[in-house]
Design a protein around this ligand. Structure first.
Ligand SMILES: Nc1ncnc2c1ncn2CCOCCNC(=O)c1cc(-c2ccc(F)cc2)cc(O)c1O
Ligand SMILES: [Mg+2]
Length: 212
C-alpha cells in the first residue's frame, strides 16, 4: 500500500503551492519532478511551447486528451481568454481524482471540466452530452497509440473545424509515428514541428492545423 507517486505529487503541491495561484502549482510540480521523482507531465521546457501556442490560438474551447495530475490543464487554463473553458479527458480514475484536487488548489475549478473515461468513448459524446459544438484547440497527451484513432474520431464527429489546432506532446518519445505520418502527409493538415532537446530525452511537439 502506501502513497502512489501521484498522491505524493498532490501532497507536495498542497505544501508548496499558493492556493488560487496557478503559476505556483505549475512551479511546484516542476520542482517535484526535477528534484524528487520524474513524472510524465509536459514540464517546464516543453511547457513554454504550449504557452506560445496558447497565446497564438487564444482558444475559447480547449480539449485535452490525457489529464494525468492536471499539470498541463492548470498551465493552459491559466492562459485561457475570458470565458474560455478546458475539457480534459482522463481514463485513469486515480489520476482524475488527483488532478481534480490539483485544479482546486490552483483555483481553476470553474475553467476546467474533467471528463472521466476512455477518450474513444467520450469523444463521440462531446456534442450531445457536453454540449460542445466544436473545439478551437486539442492538446493530445494520452496513450500515444490513441493519437491517430482519436484524431480520426474528432474528424468524424465534427468536433474539429477549419482552423482547429491540434498540439501533440511526445511525437518523438515515446513517439506517435502513425499520427505523425498521417497529419504530415494529409492535405487536410498544416504541420509544424517543435523539437525539444533537453537533458533527459529528445522529444518534439507537433502542431497540426486542421484545414477542414
Ligand atoms: N484512451 C485514453 N483516454 C484518456 N486517458 C488515457 C487514455 N489512455 C491513457 N490515458 C491516461 C493517460 O495516459 C498517460 C499518457 N502519457 C504517457 O504515456 C507519457 C509517457 C512519457 C514517457 C514515459 C516514459 C519514458 F521513459 C519517457 C517518456 C512522457 C509523456 O509526456 C507522456 O505523456
Ligand atoms: Mg506527454
Amino acid at each position: 500500500s502506501g502513497m502512489s507517486k501521484e498522491e505524493r505529487i498532490l501532497d507536495w503541491v498542497k505544501q508548496h503551492a499558493v492556493v488560487g495561484d496557478p503559476q505556483s502549482v505549475v512551479d511546484a510540480m516542476d520542482v517535484y519532478s526535477r528534484q524528487k521523482e520524474w513524472s510524465m507531465h509536459v514540464g517546464d521546457i516543453k511547457g513554454v511551447i504550449v504557452d506560445k501556442v496558447m497565446e497564438e490560438v487564444k482558444p475559447q474551447i480547449l480539449l485535452e486528451l490525457g489529464t494525468y495530475c492536471g499539470y498541463s490543464a492548470v498551465r493552459m487554463a491559466h492562459l485561457l481568454p475570458p470565458g474560455g473553458h478546458l475539457f480534459t479527458i482522463e481514463f485513469n480514475e486515480s489520476f482524475a481524482t488527483i488532478a481534480q484536487q490539483v485544479i482546486e488548489v490552483a483555483g481553476l475549478r470553474d475553467k476546467i471540466s474533467i471528463l472521466k473515461g476512455p477518450s474513444q468513448e467520450i469523444i463521440p459524446q462531446l456534442k450531445k452530452k457536453y454540449e460542445i459544438n466544436s473545439v478551437d484547440m486539442v492538446f493530445l497527451d494520452h496513450w500515444k497509440s490513441r493519437y491517430l484513432p482519436d484524431t480520426k474520431l474528432l474528424e468524424e464527429n465534427g468536433i474539429i473545424r477549419k482552423g482547429t489546432v491540434l498540439l501533440a506532446d511526445n511525437v518523438i518519445c515515446p513517439g506517435a509515428p502513425d499520427f505523425l505520418e498521417y497529419v504530415r502527409n494529409s492535405k487536410r493538415y498544416e504541420c509544424t514541428t517543435y523539437p525539444v532537446e533537453n537533458i533527459r530525452v529528445n522529444d518534439a511537439l507537433e502542431k497540426a492545423v486542421f484545414l477542414g
